[in-house]
Design a protein around this ligand. Sequence first.
Ligand code: SF4
Length: 692
Amino acid sequence: MTHPASTTIRTTCAYCGVGCGVLATPDGKGGLAIAGDPDHPANRGRLCVKGAALGETIGHEGRLLAPSIDGREAGWDEALDLVANQFSRTIAEHGPDSVAFYVSGQLLTEDYYVANKLMKGFIGSGNIDTNSRLCMASSVAGHRRAFGTDTVPGLYEDIELADTVVLVGSNLAWCHPVLFQRLAAAREARPDMRVIVIDPRRTVTCDIADLHLEIEPGADAELFNLLLSEIAARGMIRDRDLEGLDEAVAAARLSKGARTGLRPEQIAAFLDLWLASDKVVTVYSQGVNQSDNGTDKVNAILNCHLATGRIGHPAMGPFSVTGQPNAMGGREVGGLANTLACHLDIDDPGHRHAVQEFWRAPRMTVGPGLKAVDMFRAVEIGKIKALWIICTNPAVSMPEADRVARAIAKCDFVVVSDIMARTDTTRLAHVLLPATGWGEKDGTVTNSERRISRQRRVLAPAGQARDDWWIISQVGRRMGWYKAFAWDDPSEIFAEHAALSAVAGALGSDFDISDHARLSRTDYDGMEPFLWPQSPRKRGGRFFADGRYHTQSGKGRMIAVSSQEPRATAAEYPYRLNTGRVRDHWHSMTRSGLSPRLARHMAEPFLELHPMDATRLGLGPATLAEVESAHGQAVLRVLVTDRVQQGHPFAPIHWTGETAPTGRIDALVPAVTDPLSGQPASKSAPIAIRQF
Ligand code: SF4
């Protein structure tokens, strides 16, 4: 349904994990007027520049408007039959693990649920992974080790209420701008509030910091071990009923601080501020997660909050903020290869059995599937013979992106569902399926504080584009499972997901939206943003206030974390490249690149280079640098700045192969991963730099 002009629709922003409410008003000519929703609890009317420019990104320029097979336009029936038949044939000949789905934190929860159900319950493989693997898998692994489930304990208001807010590896000002606005406003209103930023790079976020710790890259675990050691030394351990407490403290005491690169007085100031008040929130993001010891870094942070009891109450706690709009919804449906629906444990046969019974699934996966890096390795060696990529662009965004592109090009059968016709990945597809984009689709997303909000359809689909849940369901039906994928509407999928959460809750899962198991289409249409869990005991959305966790013992679990030595630098690649976002672009710019206003902020890919490095390399401001790693090259405009440390330049991730200078940064990033989470270490690629 397209809404007539002047009907204002309440929806949710397409971009980051803050999950801002948006008021979208069609102008009757295919355009949209955009405003922040004053009634949405995440933003109370605020929007950042990306959200405010959403109306400038809804044109059909470059859109994929019809299905195609090997470059020729095809009808939906022909394309869907081909996909279903090819996947069925491949599974019959080579088994369920010969196929894979690679999906996205930008899918709506209903899309994600259907893809996960099809792969894990009906195809019978765990081979569904998501680009969220690249952004928050280490947080998932850390939460599960500490709490027994992937629980984000905090709420946004905690950040405003805290006396001290610590931002670790987070450029909140650019990556979660409205949350940053909320923090900045709170700090202005309460001048005694303190903000600490821990980041090797002096980002814009540091502008409101009382203390910026320009830590050596990768040394966060060492710093939080020092903190835990100090907590023990000052007799500030409040919760002694924790698993692993003594071991974690003993390991922490081995950290002496040299690895952090910080001066003793900086470390002392950090310890004093963190310990001065119970009301401490530690916000962390990709600088923590995107590391080869990301899970240990997460647990080093969680250890300090667990030990001091600073968790489960207002104004305190660890807080993982997610990058993508629905990374959290993906976690809830079990969209990672090593997770199961509704935060259940894929390694637990009882949990798998319960989900199988609920789905009446013929062939449940027997365990986890391949995580993203391993999945594309399996594609490369021909182990995966049919691949469906949905709503993401791995030929740009995966580490060793050139190698991933070559692997996809070699795969026997590649299906890509996307909104855009021409991306680095769509050009490698045998079958292209046009998907609806933001503004055209209906469903739900979950933001970083576990708040579920509706995204609502405001515009007619472009061309023949269809919703992802519909496309995947159609393939499921054509593979022979008509009844299991017989939804007519996303509200029915959401209700099924909610009903499954009741089953999961009975097995000890934290995820509970069971109040919605019987919702009608009318209820779904009118759904207000809400926090889960909704059980009477937890209503209001706070976890762990009672000191009970989801581990078998019911206790929180501390992890002994050892500091990690920096990886050796090879002589031919002496620099370590840090990577990240810019304020006004999103991922590979398929949407944000359409807005001239957003393009003005940063017009081309660049390399932030310390003045000493620039002098040594003979590179002046605005010259071009050729950047090379063992895996790829890029050409970037030089931006000389002391915001970065010597030896640690920075480049943004957004530019693709079609823009010049060529800024495909993930082509340079090695596919080194955290051994527990499988998350790539995207912030320390060994590179060489020279004049172009
Ligand atoms: Fe959208 Fe994030 Fe900006 Fe909010 S902060 S408007 S969710 S991009």
